[in-house]
Structure formats: structure tokens, C-alpha cells
Write a protein that binds this ligand. Structure first.
Ligand code: THU
Length: 143
């Protein structure tokens, strides 16, 4: 971990304080670093209709994209898990869609840390390239 990594994890830890998790009581914090150098944070926001719950990572990522970041270089996630927290499958998919070359920093509250790339977290992932290849084939090739 570099000093920059530690700063991003600290931002995720701070963001965790803003989680709205009345149902699970399991707050999660995330922070995203864009190529611009800006950091964007997010926390989980739960719904009384449980399935509508937003995860911390996806909120932070969408915030960064909405603010105009074109390239995400690092994503940090912090939760009170036994070991370093692995992002859920839905978050991994959005990471693969919008931050395929990102480094993902994962940490719990007791000092366990893990680092992986988005591609390591999403082997054989389905992504924009698959649709692009399909559409190219469909437009140019025989049916
Ligand atoms: N959660 C996240 O925010 N990120 C993850 O990667 C895993 C799960 C949230 C969703 C829900 O509010 C709570 O943690 C318990 O699942």
C-alpha cells in the first residue's frame, strides 16, 4: 500500500460514517480515485424495499462518472468484515463496465487489507467489448 492508497482507504472509512443501513446495520464505505486526482466517496443506502439498496462502491463509482471522470484508477472499500471485504457481484460488474483497469483496495476495521485489479475480481467478465463485437458482427456479417 502506498500513501495514496492509505489516503483513499481513509476516505472510504470516513464515507462509511454516512451509510444509511437501518435494515442490515452493516455500514460500508467506498472511495474512488479518478485520473484527474479527485476522490469521490459513497456509502450504502438501503431501501425498505430491500432489493433497491445501493452499495457503497456503486454509489461512489456513479458519483465519479456523473462528475465527468473518464478514467477510474483506484477504488477503495471498507467494511467491518472478518477479513478484507470482497465487493459484491453487482459492484464487480459495474467496476468491470466502468473501471476495468482499476486497482481495488479492500480493508476491514482491524487492519486486514487486500489489493486486486478489477479484472482479477471479474475473470471472464461480460463487458462493453462483448456488445461491441456482437454489434459489429451483426451489422457486417450474414445473418
Ligand atoms: N454492501 C455494500 O455496500 N457493498 C458490498 O460490496 C457488499 C454489500 C451493502 C449492501 C447492504 O446495505 C449491506 O452491505 C449488507 O448487505
Amino acid at each position: 500500500m502506498t500513501a495514496g492508497d492509505d489516503a483513499l482507504l481513509a476516505a472510504a472509512l470516513e464515507a462509511r460514517k454516512h451509510a444509511r443501513a437501518p435494515y442490515s446495520e452493516f455500514p460500508v464505505g467506498a472511495a474512488v480515485l479518478g485520473k484527474s486526482g479527485r476522490i469521490y466517496t459513497g456509502s450504502n443506502v438501503e431501501s425498505s424495499s430491500y432489493g433497491l439498496t445501493l452499495c457503497a462502491e456503486r454509489l461512489a463509482l456513479c458519483f465519479a462518472l456523473h462528475q465527468g471522470e473518464t478514467e477510474i484508477t483506484h477504488i477503495a472499500v471498507v467494511a467491518d468484515t472478518e477479513g478484507a471485504p470482497g465487493p459484491c457481484g453487482a459492484c464487480r460488474q459495474i467496476m468491470f463496465d466502468y473501471a476495468p483497469d482499476s486497482v481495488v483496495l479492500m480493508a476491514n476495521l482491524r487492519g486486514d487489507q487486500r489489493v486486486a485489479t478489477t479484472r482479477e475480481l471479474m475473470p471472464w467478465g461480460f463487458g462493453p467489448g462483448d456488445l461491441a463485437a456482437y454489434n459489429t458482427r451483426r451489422q457486417k456479417g450474414p445473418k
